[in-house]
Design a protein around this ligand. Structure first.
Ligand SMILES: [Zn+2]
Length: 470
């Protein structure tokens, strides 16, 4: 049994982050004792029952935040210091020899790592930094928003300090583990498995059928005249005539069967998240969840063993009651179609999110997980981790039942011009793979969003397949 001695402040936050890191990620048996222990500074001290040696980490984030909770002065001081971690801990499972320090105290003489008489002193505040990243604390502090009212990657410490492409908290956990093994070589941790979590936000299930005659004419004209796809002149009207009863197999957005074939081939249980309401009348409603064609699609996905989830509409991110109502509608339609699932989850439309408001929509709706937390403008590790974890509200200072499944990459973030703009080519393939390999290194989850409407061309399809197979 491990004992962690912690300072007597921020008890809920400390218990929470210890449960995530020591409990969920490392799977250690531990107890927490509130008291200062054997050190002249505020510190987290870890001991192992019946064994010599101590492991000591500084308490930096919670000490700073004491006077300045959610104040700008509690944010990390930039530029962040860098630690050549592999000089001190060559066995640590990290992505690069050097790692940025979000919160820590560098000792002038000994750097970030000291080994004294069998004790290890690390000058990196792993628990405080982890709390800061996974609770999305900075989003509750900083006012920056893009034109869709989203906290942008460019405002984040991860982007500013150049570590958005690293699961930095997972790397910190690997450092913690390597250092603890130095003190107690016999210690065992839980084995985690790398996994791909691939999902599709169903924004627009049909290019021609479900959204009115004029929309069909407009899209047929674009496809025939601008794209030179003459066959769309036949497919469009045919799909529209079938109306809401079924999706035309040749509709360019009806790629669902193909996607499920790819999921099956890669042994992935994929997820499809559906919009079940319309909360902004200025935006086009592409379908209604109750249409026969959508019901048929829901049944088909369920019959093929894939997951159905919720894609809460435009304005729900700020209004928990609206999100709850849409979840009820989705569950209702699924129940009418004989679709039962043990767990329900999903992702916000347009990745719209407000910390902590949006958490409560999911929580109120009794959903098991949310998978929104990646940035639209840049793929990477918004939460600093690729593992799932329980949500925590840094404003009301409470833990929730909801679990966060961080989104690592949305196809558009990497490909389209308004975001990273790498295009459909080898550069974007390499970036998807770079993120995937980072998840693989820490045995995490590579959570990828790829829309059904972004698999029209051979090049898009090949890239999606290649990324899953990489
Ligand atoms: Zn969407």
């Amino acid at each position: 049994m491990i004992t962690v001695y912690v300072p007597m402040t921020w008890k809920r936050e400390r218990l929470y982050i210890l449960s995530v890191i020591l409990g969920e990620l490392l799977g250690l048996d531990y107890q927490v004792v509130e008291s200062a222990k054997g050190t002249d500074e505020s510190a987290w001290v870890i001991e192992l029952q019946g064994q010599d040696g101590q492991f000591v980490l500084p308490d930096v984030f919670f000490a700073i935040a004491k006077e300045q909770w959610l104040g700008a002065a509690s944010l990390p001081v930039q530029p962040l210091k860098q630690w050549h971690v592999l000089d001190d801990l060559p066995e640590a499972n990290v992505l690069a020899p050097t790692i940025p320090i979000i919160y820590g105290h560098e000792s002038e003489r000994a750097g970030f790592f000291q080994c004294k008489q069998g004790d290890i002193h690390l000058k990196l505040d792993i628990f405080g930094s982890a709390f800061f990243m996974v609770s999305r604390y900075e989003e509750a502090v900083l006012p920056d928003r893009d034109s869709y009212d989203r906290f942008p990657a460019t405002a984040s410490i991860a982007y500013k300090a150049g570590f958005l492409d690293r699961p930095i908290i997972d790397e910190y956990v690997e450092i913690l583990w390597a250092a603890m093994k130095r003190v107690w070589p016999g210690l065992k941790r839980k084995t985690l498995q790398f996994e791909q979590k691939v999902s599709c936000d169903v924004d627009n299930p049909s290019r021609y059928a479900l959204n009115g005659f004029s929309n069909m004419v407009k899209n047929v004209t674009i496809d025939v005249v601008k794209r030179g796809e003459l066959r769309c002149g036949v497919i469009g009207p045919r799909a529209w005539l079938a109306g809401g009863t079924s999706l035309d197999p040749s509709d360019p957005y009806n790629t669902f069967e193909w996607i499920m074939d790819v999921y099956d081939k890669n042994r992935i249980q994929g997820a499809f998240y559906f919009i079940a309401g319309w909360t902004d009348s200025t935006k086009v409603q592409h379908y209604d969840i109750g249409m026969p064609a959508i019901r048929q699609l829901l049944r088909r996905i369920h019959d093929r063993g894939h997951e159905i989830g919720l894609h809460p509409s435009h304005s729900t991110y700020k209004v928990p009651n609206l999100l709850e109502a849409e979840a009820a509608r989705l569950r209702g339609v699924c129940a009418e179609e004989g679709i039962c699932q043990d767990n329900w989850g999903g992702r916000m439309h347009w990745l719209r999110w407000e910390t902590p408001t949006t958490l409560y929509g999911w929580e109120q709706a009794g959903m098991a997980y949310d998978s929104t937390l990646g940035y639209a403008d840049m793929a990477g590790f918004r939460c600093g981790t690729c593992h799932e974890y329980p949500a925590f509200d840094p404003v009301k200072r409470q833990r929730l039942k909801l679990r966060i499944r961080p989104l690592i990459a949305m196809e558009s973030s990497v490909i389209v011009g308004q975001y990273m703009g790498l295009g459909v080519n080898n550069n974007s393939y390499e970036y998807f793979c770079k993120l995937k390999n980072a998840c693989r290194l820490v045995n995490g989850k590579y959570t990828l969003l790829w829309h059904n409407s972004k698999l029209r061309t051979k090049a898009e399809k090949s890239m999606f397949q290649a990324v899953l197979e990489a």
